[in-house]
Design a protein around this ligand. Structure first.
Ligand code: FES
Length: 206
């Protein structure tokens, strides 16, 4: 696999790695695509909402460790609002690109950062828990990438229909019958959605 020099540098000598003692918040996220896990620890200034310190631990691959390193660099010293706007695409660009099949590793790292920010806000009364809705499903589907090009199935307009009724999520995905990633995409959609207790069944049509 062809990695940029920057990915290799951040993988070999990751920045901000480890556990942050006395963190104000820690969040762990797993990737349905590969089963790997990342934890992010943050210390946040209560008045300015600036991230005073941030560290990460990863059980992921080289791409994931490199992304964890770069996003903690990017988030350090930023306000929660600014850090919330860091996208997995920006993170991948800051690493001079990632191979398409490895983009989901970047999604995992950025998703964990977003989760830490959200949980900090909820814990400090700055935000409320989201109510589950069809929009929650769409947001999850945005994190499912089509491995061939490393882009979200929502952005690629492969998702033709999303429905949610009586605990049943119905998703229609347009993907050719002969496509080698067909089963992976379906499996990943299922794993992204089955973590929600509100969803009792996931029906995928292709
Ligand atoms: Fe799991 Fe990269 S393959 S994080």
């Amino acid at each position: 696999m062809q990695y940029s020099q920057k990915v290799l540098d951040h993988f070999m000598k990751p920045h901000n790695v480890g556990k942050l003692e006395n963190a104000d918040i820690e969040a762990t996220e797993g990737s349905p695509a590969c089963g790997d896990q990342v934890t992010i620890y943050m210390k946040v200034d209560e008045k300015t909402h600036k991230i005073d310190d941030i560290k990460f631990q990863s059980y992921g691959c080289a791409s994931n460790i490199a992304t964890g390193s770069i996003i903690t660099d990017l988030a350090m010293g930023k306000t929660l609002e600014e850090a919330e706007n860091i996208t997995w695409k920006e993170a991948a660009e800051a690493l001079d690109g990632l191979p398409p099949v490895k983009m989901h590793c970047s999604v995992l790292a950025v998703d964990t950062l977003q989760k830490a920010i959200k949980e900090y806000r909820i814990k400090h009364g700055l935000a409320e828990e989201d109510n589950f809705s069809k929009e929650t499903i769409v947001e999850e589907l945005k994190k499912v990438l089509y491995p061939k090009v490393g882009e979200s199935i929502v952005t690629l307009k492969m998702v033709k229909y999303v429905g949610f009724e009586d605990g049943v999520a119905t998703i229609d995905i347009e993907i050719p019958k002969f496509d080698e990633h067909r089963e992976n995409v379906a499996e990943e959609v299922r794993e992204h959605l089955e973590k929600y207790p509100e969803i009792k069944e996931v029906k995928i049509t292709m």
